[in-house]
Design a protein around this ligand. Structure first.
Ligand SMILES: [Zn+2]
Length: 279
């Protein structure tokens, strides 16, 4: 679609689907959004309203999501694209939300052509064939500045997939250097792999050492949640992510090394079925 038509369509969507003040103020109390300027909060609100109008959020397995819960999900989802523009998420349409962690059945074909099926319990999954799957309990536990955020993790995978399969290198902006990106992430990945192999302390979740795609997704979580862990231990990666996301969370967030004791925020109404559903 031509750029000006897209812009007009978005303006219509935003005008028709505003996020009410009371919901927005409630969601902005989550620690993840500390330090954003007034202009950034306005832009984030527009992005979140666009996300809610444009994407389909489908609760499943008996889950019901109220408006505040949807806004909380959307606000976290669009934080990474705050300065990238709406088009960064234009290649998929649906978010499927489970009450809690869910069982995923997948298959892959090995080098000999044999098809293998496997199951795993997940808090989130960005599917290469379209939707993003999320556990609501984990979404609601995400915006706490503890370095763990399933929403940012899965949407980082989506950004990565814009260049094909997730491989840890999303399409970079003009002026960014692929060699520099690769060098910074390879050094961090090698360091984390060494720590994992030798059972050593790591300042970053060692899930980042699974493969380059997970490395990018996990580092993106830390970038938005506990950026000082990166500026201190992996400054070259921080610099690459700062250029990629066009944000500087280390300049706006407090230094926290543990889950801080913020007041609990009520994002209800959310109905979670009991007993736990079968997936
Ligand atoms: Zn992942």
């Amino acid at each position: 679609m031509f750029g000006f038509l897209k812009t007009r369509k978005r303006a219509r969507l935003l005008a028709a689907n505003p996020i009410p003040d009371v919901l927005w103020q409630q969601v902005m109390r989550a620690p993840l959004f500390i330090g954003l300027s007034d202009d950034e909060r306005m832009a984030l609100r527009d992005h979140a309203a666009w996300f809610l109008a444009e994407k389909t959020i489908t609760p499943v397995s008996g889950l019901e999501l109220g408006d505040a819960a949807r806004v909380l999900l959307a606000a976290q989802a669009v934080l990474p694209i705050l300065h990238l523009g709406f088009d960064a998420y234009d290649d998929w349409h649906e978010v499927i939300v489970y009450p809690g962690q869910f069982l995923s059945r997948d298959r892959y074909t090995d080098h000999a052509g044999l098809v293998h099926e496997f199951e795993q319990v997940l808090a989130g999954q960005a599917r290469s064939d379209g939707p993003v799957l999320l556990s609501w309990l984990d979404v609601s536990e995400s915006p706490w500045l503890d370095g763990w955020n399933v929403v940012i993790h899965e949407f980082a995978h989506k950004l990565d997939m814009r260049s094909g399969d997730a491989n840890g290198c999303p399409p970079l902006h003009k002026g960014m250097d692929y060699a520099g990106w690769k060098r910074s992430f390879s050094q961090a990945f090698d360091d984390l792999s060494r720590r994992a192999d030798h059972d050593l302390y790591s300042p970053i979740d060692l899930y980042a050492a699974e493969n380059p795609a997970e490395c990018f997704a996990v580092f993106s979580e830390y970038f938005f949640e506990t950026p000082h862990a990166l500026t201190e231990h992996y400054p070259a990666v921080y610099e690459q992510l700062k250029q990629f996301y066009k944000q500087d969370p280390a300049a706006r967030l407090p230094r926290v090394r543990y889950r801080p004791c913020f007041e609990p925020v009520n994002f209800g109404p959310v109905t979670i079925p009991t007993p736990a559903p079968e997936y």
